[in-house]
Design a protein around this ligand. Structure first.
Ligand SMILES: [Ca+2]
Ligand SMILES: [Ca+2]
Length: 178
């Protein structure tokens, strides 16, 4: 089954009462953000980053509305148009740019492929040398979250069709709010 923003939200919000900090941590560990060297630090950093970009109301919880309005920020920034809306006409080019240098499996993107594309962007946005130093770790975490949001249920890779589907799904949810 293709991914939807609603099912992504429900995977994280175990008790069906907003997404809280503990649920973010549990979720990040489940998708492997805490694996390996600096794992605990990666979970802390990714939790703070997710709250920073999504928690508009600053109550350290993510309401469904906040995910709908901010969900696009979990996807590669190149998908956004000048108005900050996800632009489905960019999906083909963005997908090509991610698989660009791959030699095999060019019809699918995994977390490592995506981290390579996200790292320069994260490094550019880092406001201190320390944050820039952790760009590879941040990119690896962001890529794992993005893969989980975009890939079909149970998959660790996404295809061009998956990317079209989640872009359409998020835009539909944004329209449904207004
Ligand atoms: Ca919850
Ligand atoms: Ca909130």
């Amino acid at each position: 089954m293709r991914a939807t923003l609603r099912r992504f939200y429900e995977r994280i919000d175990v008790d069906q009462n907003d997404i809280d900090e503990g649920e973010i941590r549990t979720y990040l560990k489940k998708i492997g953000v805490g694996d390996g060297f600096l794992g605990a630090r990666a979970v802390d950093a990714a939790t703070s980053e997710i709250l920073r970009i999504l928690d508009e109301s600053a109550d350290r919880r993510i309401q469904w509305r906040e995910l709908v309005l901010g969900g696009k920020k979990l996807l590669p920034a190149q998908l956004l148009d000048a108005e900050g809306r996800l632009d489905r006409s960019k999906v083909g080019d963005v997908f090509e740019s991610i698989v660009g240098k791959k030699k095999k499996n060019r019809d699918q993107v995994d977390a490592k492929d995506l981290a390579k594309v996200m790292e320069p962007e994260i490094r550019k946005q880092a406001d201190s040398p320390l944050k820039a130093m952790f760009a590879p770790m941040a990119a690896a975490a962001a890529a794992k979250v993005a893969i989980d949001a975009i890939a079909s249920d149970g998959e660790k890779v996404f295809t061009r069709e998956d990317l079209y589907a989640i872009v359409d799904d998020i835009n539909r949810e944004v329209d449904a709010l207004s």
